[in-house]
Design a binder for this molecule. Structure first.
Ligand SMILES: [Zn+2]
Ligand SMILES: [Zn+2]
Length: 359
């Protein structure tokens, strides 16, 4: 294990920069916001810890990248920012998301609500769900894992055509695994930043994907021609648990963050850290470090406290229902409770940040 300590000087420069325009922009932030952001370089801060590398296979060792500080983000001429004409994040679900229609619909509403709070100030809308066959994408059965996979690039092309005029971006979500090309085993997601489109799969986020009992394996006799999409009818979908919701929210916010021009974070423990595998992405937090937070705030223009309160409301809303938690796989929408147990620590973190902002 290796702790990547960044010096106070390094973090200050990454956050505030030496550029007089950006320094004065920082000085104009609300006092509470500056107090919170300066936690980035307080060695005793329990809000923003250092990046901890666990193994050589972790992202930061295997994918050397140029770090992006706030100034580099600000001056990046290729960066896309939402504007009055393009201010909506569209979510397109592809194929069934849950093992029944009710849970599918609830789940996408939870994700929409999360994105609305995370990208506070933008509107999030979902498009009418589409089936796999409507996308006309190629698909295959993975020869190692025996599960169904759809071609990520074909889905991106489909989404690009569907992207509404007022879209800042359109992101597809699916419970079917993805592959980027024949020679690759799989990919969690793929995006085109210039086109503002992305596709992300949550297939591997269920609790059983990597177990021998995984039920998404296609039996030999079920394998039909490459144009017969009926194989997707009633195809296995993982159970929507709290951990699956937590992972989905994390992926979606990380990937949409890239569409805003945020690169992988190399400063502090942060949602925008790169990840090479599920275990590593589970380790990274849901929150942005102050440097990435300033980038997102600069792109959208929210008050940090309003955003944190919206995130807190998202965790608390609909989750403290009547006596005891109803099973997530209930088919009655009135009984469905958002499974937010996995967000408990984050809730405490948000409360601490709000206290600092309000001090
Ligand atoms: Zn990334
Ligand atoms: Zn960061």
């Amino acid at each position: 294990m290796q702790v990547l300590h960044r010096s106070e000087h390094t973090l200050k420069k990454a956050l505030i920069s030496k550029n007089p325009v950006l320094v004065s922009q920082y000085d104009k932030l609300d006092a509470g916001e500056r107090r919170l952001m300066s936690e980035a370089f307080q060695p005793s801060s329990n809000l923003f810890g250092p990046i901890i590398v666990h193994s050589q296979s972790d992202w930061i060792n295997s994918h050397p990248e140029v770090p992006q500080d706030f100034e580099q983000f600000f001056t990046d001429s290729h960066r896309k920012a939402p504007g009055p004409e393009k201010h909506i994040i569209y979510i397109q679900s592809i194929g069934s998301l849950g093992n029944n229609k009710v849970i599918s619909e609830e789940y996408i509403k939870w994700l929409k609500g999360y994105c609305e709070a995370f990208f506070y100030g933008l509107t999030v809308k979902f498009l009418e769900p589409v089936s796999i066959s409507e996308t006309k994408c190629s698909f295959r059965v993975n020869e190692h894992t025996q599960n169904l996979q759809i071609h990520a690039g074909h889905i991106l092309a489909f989404l690009k055509k569907k992207k509404p005029e007022d879209a800042f971006c359109i992101v597809g979500i699916t419970m079917i695994d993805l592959y980027p090309r024949d020679s690759w085993n799989f990919v969690f997601g793929q995006a085109s930043l210039t086109d503002g489109v992305g596709i992300f799969s949550f297939a591997r986020y269920g609790k059983d994907f990597y177990s021998s009992r995984y039920e998404g394996k296609v039996k030999k006799h079920q394998q039909t021609s490459s144009s017969d999409y009926s194989i997707f009818d009633n195809y296995y979908s993982p159970e929507i648990t709290s951990i699956l919701l937590w992972r989905s929210c994390k992926t979606l916010s990380h990937e949409i963050g890239h569409i805003f021009g945020l690169r992988h974070c190399q400063w502090l423990a942060c949602l925008m850290q790169g990840s090479n595998h599920l275990e590593e992405s589970d380790r990274r937090p849901l929150n942005l470090c102050p440097i990435c937070l300033r980038k997102l705030q600069c792109a959208i223009g929210f008050n940090i406290i309003d955003r944190y309160k919206a995130l807190l409301r998202w965790i608390d809303d609909e989750s403290n229902g009547s006596s005891g938690a109803a099973p997530v796989n209930s088919s009655d929408p009135a009984n469905l409770k958002k499974p937010v147990e996995a967000f408990k620590d984050w809730r405490e973190w948000l409360i601490k940040c709000i206290a600092i902002l309000e001090k």
